[in-house]
Design a protein around this ligand. Structure first.
Ligand code: 0RA
Length: 642
């Protein structure tokens, strides 16, 4: 066989064993074999191009999804070196693709490999988990190419032509015997590439999806870097400082920060380490927050905004309405936390803190009007916090005096063991009624929502307590809100949002998720919030058990399966559910509430951030982005009353 014409030396055997280990335990290298893991393959390859850009040699990365879910990533960097590597006796390029963790070590000393990190496992892992990989390098006046199958070299690096350009192109097809799916999600990739472009000032990234007839193409390039990122995040909000405050320092630990205050009340700080979103924060974020608190308090004192008798502004007062992105590059990052997205390196705190101390203090001195506007907002936040505390105490005092403290409409469950209890939050009285009758009252509670939904965007904590729609949710969950939220006090292990599968349902879902994200964040971080999935269709026929379908794909699958059993489409009655209210209590139990049969979707932090952004866009002060959003989503938002 041609494939195995060369003999294996000891080095090569080690290589094959290494990649075999990756194929045996892919999860250890890329997290999982779900669609997330699949996307990680792309990020891994793109990261290599980003590293080349960070080293100053690459200005453009072109990514394509070709028909058949083949990924192509082309950069215009120096090209992976092609000469024989002294350690392995094969080309450096082949070494990079076949030796585990070979990325930086074999590639020279140009500060290579700072991006990545979380799953910065190297191109060899992508190669091992692909049906085939093809690498084409332009360098030293030539075009070189090599090919692999499931990690094994099937065509060694060979010069196939001439070229005056330089760069690297990688094409690969993920192995469908390893991944649950090999279908890439355009939106997920697009979002990540935009993020990378924001984080890598000046780098041009193009992304084209060629899987369908009419291909989609986007181009990202931000000369403003993180400032552009912050402006993007604040689209739809009214800015207090029109130009984001921008801080950059390229020392031993490079730090880049942009921040902008808006008239909103939420705090949106995103942090990154080596271009990875540190969702759980860490030492870099700690340094930033400490500095903010110190610099603004110092300024307020020295400019007599805080009088001697006044107590200091608290961190949360100073962060109200802030949108910031903090990005650091750390050589050997230690990631901690549940999802390994919390930076642990203690040396980073001081570096960020002292840098922000200097830069921010200078900025405030040079821009007194902006300093004044921001501090006015901080002071009013601190007053609101005080008012909220009083409102809360009032609620507490009331609840200790009254016997029935739970909301009147709540149909509670009989169990008092939180872990086994669930509360269904249901929009609409008729659905609430069906849910109450259909539930298993031992462990399922029902809270129908009524009253007017508060615009979470424009409200501070003191208003939230008083809102007739949200207050019952707070009392039912039983663990407070904001800084007082205490997850050990929750009365239900699962908080399940049950809304219709239509536009209004989507609206209430988004609002509730945003509310939980802003006021009970640990509930989402801890995975306690779920979405119920009511069916969209029912297929029925006399003498046959009803078949419920939750998506359009489900429906066509069901038709096909029934056809194989000899039941034709024409014999079936199709009911399309427009709302939960159309189901009787038994049906609701069978399809949406019975733990043995229902589908629950856990709300992740990513979902929550997305919801938060949608709400900002829909509820914010500026009309233009809202109009644009509605136009773009016109087919979904027909009945949305905003
Ligand atoms: C190390 C050294 C050199 C190039 C690269 C890495 C490199 C790797 C990748 C991976 C994807 N695209 C890439 N582009 C460049 C070259 C060192 C030199 O020319 O002196």
């Amino acid at each position: 066989m041609e494939k195995f014409e060369h003999e294996y030396g000891a080095e090569q055997i080690q290589v094959l064993e290494g990649l075999e280990a990756v194929r045996k335990r892919p999860g250890m290298y890329i997290g999982s074999t779900s669609v997330r893991g699949l996307h990680h393959l792309v990020y891994e390859i793109v990261d290599n191009g980003v590293d080349e850009a960070l080293a100053g040699y690459c200005s453009e990365i072109n990514i394509e999804i070709e028909p058949g879910n083949i990924i192509s990533v082309q950069d215009n960097g120096r090209g992976i070196p092609v000469e024989i590597h002294p350690k392995t006796g094969i080309s450096t390029a082949e070494t990079v693709y076949t030796v585990l963790h070979a990325g930086g070590k074999f590639g020279g000393d140009s500060g290579y490999k700072v991006s990545g990190g979380l799953h910065g496992v190297g191109a060899s892992v992508v190669n091992a988990l692909s049906n085939w990989t093809e690498v084409t390098i332009q360098r030293d006046g030539g075009i070189f190419q090599m090919k692999f199958e499931k990690g094994k070299t099937v065509k060694k690096l060979e010069r196939i032509g001439d070229s005056k350009k330089t760069g690297t192109q990688v094409r690969f097809l993920a192995d469908d015997t390893i991944f649950e799916t090999t279908e890439y999600e355009y939106d997920v990739l697009e979002k990540r590439f935009r993020e990378i472009a924001f984080l890598t000032k000046g780098l041009k990234i193009t992304f084209e999806d060629k899987r369908e007839e009419d291909s989609k193409k986007v181009e990202f390039c931000y000369e403003g870097g993180l400032s552009s990122f912050v402006e993007f995040l604040n689209k739809g909000k009214e800015a207090i400082n029109k130009t984001p405050i921008y801080i950059e320092k390229n020392g031993e630990i490079p730090v880049e920060i942009a921040m902008q205050y808006t008239t909103s009340y939420s705090e949106n700080i995103y942090s990154f380490v080596n271009n990875i979103n540190t969702v759980e924060g860490g030492t870099h974020l700690e340094g930033f927050k400490r500095s903010l608190t110190k610099v603004f308090n110092d300024y307020a004192r020295s400019h007599n905004i805080l009088k001697e008798k006044d107590s200091n502004l608290q961190g949360e007062d100073i962060r109200e309405g802030i949108t910031a992105v903090v990005s650091v590059k750390v050589k050997e990052p230690q990631f901690e936390g549940q999802t390994k997205t919390k930076l642990g390196n203690s040396e980073v705190t001081g570096v960020v803190q002292s840098m922000v101390n200097d830069a921010l203090a200078t900025f405030l001195e040079e821009n007194p009007a902006i300093a004044k506007a921001i501090l006015e907002k901080c002071v009013s936040a601190s007053r609101a916090r005080e008012a909220a505390r009083k409102a809360r105490e009032l609620v507490r005092r009331k609840s200790s005096l009254e016997t029935t403290t739970l909301p009147g409409k709540l149909a509670d469950c009989s169990s008092k063991v939180a872990e086994e209890c669930e509360v269904y939050i249901v929009e609409g009285d008729s659905a609430g009624g069906s849910a109450k009758q259909g539930r298993d009252r031992r462990f399922q509670a029902i809270l129908p929502l009524w009253g007017k939904m508060l615009n979470v965007e424009k409200s501070r904590a003191d208003k939230i307590y008083g809102n007739d729609k949200l207050n019952p949710v707070i009392v039912a969950v039983g663990a407070g809100i904001g800084n007082d939220f205490d997850i050990t006090k929750i009365r239900y292990g699962k908080v399940i949002i049950m809304a219709d599968a239509d536009v209004d349902g989507a609206h209430i879902r988004t609002l509730l998720i945003t509310f939980f994200f802003r006021y009970m964040r640990p509930l989402i971080e801890n995975g306690n919030v779920y979405l119920a999935q009511p069916p969209l269709y029912k297929l029925s026929k006399k003498g046959m058990e009803d078949v419920y379908c939750y998506t359009d794909e489900d429906l066509s699958k069901a038709y096909k399966e029934l056809e194989q059993k000899g039941i034709q489409r024409e014999q079936l009655a199709l009911q399309r559910y427009k709302g939960l209210g159309e189901m009787n209590p038994d049906q609701l139990w069978e399809t949406t509430m019975d733990p043995a049969r229902r589908i629950l979707v856990k709300v992740t932090m990513e979902d929550a951030m997305e919801a938060d952004k949608t709400i900002s866009l829909l509820m914010g002060d500026e009309v233009e982005p809202r109009r644009q959003f509605i136009q773009k989503n016109a087919k979904y938002v027909k009945n949305l009353d905003i």
